[in-house]
Write a protein that binds this ligand. Structure first.
Ligand code: NAG
Ligand code: NAG
Ligand code: NAG
Ligand code: NAG
Ligand code: NAG
Length: 256
């Protein structure tokens, strides 16, 4: 569990499976698309009022904060983020698009897996917005939480907990009503995934603010802004997101 992935808005992956990135590994073409992997383009400077982050990693499809380091001998156990489900709009008339708002923890012994959960947002070509809460222990496919209705304006908490190297829990809570959907999952076989995916167009959405944190197996709280790296999305030379850190636990992703 070296890599913790927090509070990311990403271009939604279209049924594709890709290795999650490691900041210390060179980017390869197989680190494609979607919430399961991000293609690192370059670094840019950022302003972070609440923390000490001075640069962002530019990717094709992830925006948010990634924490890679933690106190010696500890593992990430829990990550959570509270956010309000955004309102969506089309980037152009007739343009369908999607994004995903989620948290996740990279697997322990199986470094190519990600235990993750969140909310997918999509707008159709005719302008109809849809929302769904999902969970996934990547590379196993994502599954929609049965009966969990999510809409723009709902305050939700998404969280994952690693119980041990083979068992984890993913959950989404609707704070407004106290609805909770959670599930215990078994780690996938990391050998199973196939490469390559297709980026679906990134939809437009109102800014998403994450109130967030992570705990290690000793119960220590890790501040995203103190130790994390900001990720921001650039596609075809255009920067699509801006990420700001207001306080140590408050991160906002805006579609620019
Ligand atoms: C959410 O709570 C409402 C009652 O407030 C209930 O009718 C509904 O079935 C719950 N949904 C889930 C997914 O638990
Ligand atoms: C969550 O709460 C909001 C507002 O109270 C409601 O509109 C929505 O349907 C709820 N979602 C679930 C899953 O119950
Ligand atoms: C992991 O936790 C699950 C659920 O508590 C348990 O059934 C399983 O035996 C544990 N596995 C290991 C390797 O400790
Ligand atoms: C930023 O760095 C300074 C000096 O190293 C440190 O005192 C401060 O606690 C850091 N702030 C955060 C939010 O990590
Ligand atoms: C990037 O540009 C190419 C060529 O114009 C186009 O086919 C592709 O859809 C664009 N990709 C994105 C993510 O906008």
């Amino acid at each position: 569990m070296e890599l913790l992935i927090l509070f990311l808005a990403s271009s939604l992956l279209c049924d594709a499976y890709a290795r999650p990135p490691s900041l210390s590994e060179p980017f390869t073409a197989r680190n494609v698309a979607g919430r399961s992997g991000s293609a690192i383009v370059s670094d840019v400077p950022v302003v972070s009022e609440g923390g000490n982050i001075t640069h962002a990693v530019v990717t094709t499809n992830w925006a948010g904060v990634v924490i890679e380091t933690l106190p010696a001998g500890q593992n990430f156990q829990t990550v959570y983020a509270q956010f309000t489900v955004p309102t969506q709009s089309q980037t152009a008339k007739g343009a369908a698009g999607s994004a995903s708002i989620w948290v996740g923890i990279d697997g322990a012994t199986t470094g190519a897996t990600i235990l993750q959960t969140g909310v997918d947002i999509s707008v159709s070509a005719s302008g109809v917005a849809s929302y769904s809460a999902w969970y996934e222990w990547f590379p196993n496919p994502s599954v929609v939480f049965d009966g969990m209705v999510v809409n723009a304006g709902d305050v939700v908490i998404a969280s994952v907990v690693m119980i041990n190297s083979t068992t984890g829990v993913a959950g989404v809570t609707n704070e407004s009503r106290g609805n909770v959907s959670s599930i215990e999952l078994s780690a996938p076989n990391a050998q199973d995934f196939a490469a390559d995916g297709i980026l679906v167009p990134f939809s437009n959405f109102t800014p998403v603010t994450f109130i967030t944190g992570a705990f290690t197996n000793t119960g220590a709280l890790v501040d995203p802004s103190a130790t994390g790296t900001i990720f921001t999305i650039q596609q075809n030379g255009t920067v699509l997101t801006s990420v700001s850190v207001a306080t140590p636990d408050t991160i906002t992703v805006k579609h620019t």
